[in-house]
Design a binder for this molecule. Sequence first.
Ligand SMILES: [Zn+2]
Ligand SMILES: [Zn+2]
Length: 249
Amino acid sequence: MRRILERLAREVADALCPERCAACAAIVPAHALFCHACCDGVNALGPPECERCGRPLTRGSCCARCAAEDDAPVRYARAFARYDTDTTRHPIAEALHAFKYRGAWRLAPRLAQAMLARAPATLGAPLVAPVPLHVARLRQRGFNQSAMLALQLARALGWPVAVRLLVRTRDTASQTALAAAARHANVDGAFALRRPGSARARHVLLVDDVWTSGATARAAARALCADGARAVDVLTFARVADARYEPGA
Ligand SMILES: [Zn+2]
Ligand SMILES: [Zn+2]
């Protein structure tokens, strides 16, 4: 009986205020992120992948970069799906665009829900925090989309959240147009703790919308590690396929 009533309530809610596909605006059932057609264009990420940075692999459990890095600031990085722009359909890129420029409040819970399955198990004393925007960028946009995802994820995981754990001390240039080495230099040292000591002994889950080269997340994680964080993991909605991505993995 309860299940029938719940279904009825969901159907009434759908009829009164239908949800839209995050990529094409088709009407979808409540809580669905994409319509069926867009869902077919999503390249969800999962094993086989680098156990540390989450890079898709065809063999082995650790990518060459992580194997060569002794004191990587990020312990574990995962994303929900691959960020494609070179295919005819790219629902992940469309969803992120919609999230940034239209209906952010409405999309944040569904984006976070998709990311949830890729969250790490906590090592104890967890703390969810977004990658921050510089205050000038925040004023321009009006909100930090990563903070909205962090709030939703923290609620779903039952972990505490600190939206203002980190601050961006430099208004860095956009990462998208830069080569890998320039990306690292662009964001290196651009983050600081708002209150030094607040990440000490915490297992921090850093949340961002996209993992591009990982330079931004690594720079933020370095600030957290320097503050005494026990471990820093990163969870993003999308991950840009890098040059070493092997199709078919
Ligand atoms: Zn769609
Ligand atoms: Zn790796």
